[in-house]
Design a protein around this ligand. Sequence first.
Ligand SMILES: Nc1ncnc2c1ncn2[C@@H]1O[C@H](COP(=O)(O)OP(=O)(O)O)[C@@H](O)[C@H]1O
Ligand code: SF4
Ligand SMILES: [Mg+2]
Length: 443
Amino acid sequence: MTQDPNAEAQIQPTELGANAAETGERQLNNETSDAYGSHEVGVDNLDFASVAEMGHTASELDPDAPAVLTVDNLKMYFPVKSSGVVRRTIGHVQAVDGISFVVPKGGSLGLVGESGCGKSTTGRLITRLYKPTGGSMMFEGQDLAKLSNREMKPLRRDVQMIFQDPYTSLNPRHTVGAIVGAPLEVHKIVPKNQVLKRVQELLEVVGLNPEHYNRYPNEFSGGQRQRIGIARALTLNPKVLVADEPVSALDVSIQAQVVNLLQDIQTDFDVAFLFIAHDLAIVRHFCPEIAVMYLGKIVELGDRETIYGRPHHPYTQALLSAVPDVKQAAIGGRRERIRLEGDVPSPINPPSGCRFRTRCQFAQEICAKVEPPLLQIGPRHKVACHFAGELGAHPATPVTTALLGVDDQGSPVSGATPTNTQLTIPGYEKTWYDLTSKQTTGR
Ligand SMILES: Nc1ncnc2c1ncn2[C@@H]1O[C@H](COP(=O)(O)OP(=O)(O)O)[C@@H](O)[C@H]1O
Ligand code: SF4
Ligand SMILES: [Mg+2]
């Protein structure tokens, strides 16, 4: 079980607690309010996507939505200290290393990647649980990265977080009413005598029985606890919700219900989501736009159709090959699972050039020498790979040489003028680099 340093409490459910939770589930299931379809029915032998299809239709992209949050070149380096009496900084964990993206108003951006690639750190930077090492996070005209804790206080209402683990993120000694009501009191949102009423409304919104405000977290099942966490995050009417693997700890059948609930909330509360997940199956339904992270960097960014239908980065292709129900372009009529060899390297001393090169089957000399820029290659598609191409059609020579002023081995070409590819611009330009013609083109 992951420990969440920023969650409200750190507990491991005791055997007694776990049993109590199960008993609670049996007791409470029948009584659960059905405000948002909390029909916790048994749907065995189905994968997440099929269960999700039983609920809502997939969220759609609004290409014209304005940005609610613009993240530019965001960095978080954690110092590594030596042991001993005098603890010197001997290195840095480059957990997030220069990422840029836009979260559209009322929309949802998926952030996907293996464990340890910097997703939670990104979420904690946006909610300012951490102060970034560098970069900016523009929200309603203010740079969240630069504000002091005092200046951040009024803005904390607007950017809230749903934590991964519903067992450790709720204080076991507080009633549900106290947990959901606390932010209302701290921020003095409603008069004291109306807190209970508001808490009950919120419990109903998340599909729980409003009469259960007096119960303790261990009386609820995992799915119900996550609903409590969602109610708490909604208390202050946020404009952005960071959902950090909100369903990873839940059963598949419950996962789809919680995702459906989040979809309802998104529409009803007009809240934008940064939806973090470690696999591509879950975000497909919820996120019309997806960013794929590897070792602190975004390696591919695009709309749903592009990421699932025509991914150009070898890492995205490998991640996608593990999703059973995705019809990925097959090589020679066969769709094979691409094995990722080896472990994710340490973010303390990441590989030179392309960070994915130690595990990439297409890596060549240039990949070790030159970092591939996150290049826009379509109207809503960016990729960071010297050999970007569809699965089975990666080019034989690097596509980036002319732009970067290097030869095929990555050595600088004398007299060449590298194009300023403006590696970190968040969002999309109206023009992009066409991989076939190797020309800048546009709509
Ligand atoms: N507070 C911290 N101090 C030092 N290193 C950290 C801290 N939090 C995360 N890390 C490291 O940063 C990297 C990214 O972690 P994290 O953002 O939790 O990844 P993810 O959520 O994608 O699994 C990991 O190598 C992790 O060990
Ligand atoms: S730049 Fe090279 S190592 Fe990196 S993903 Fe592309 S081919 Fe693989
Ligand atoms: Mg995480």
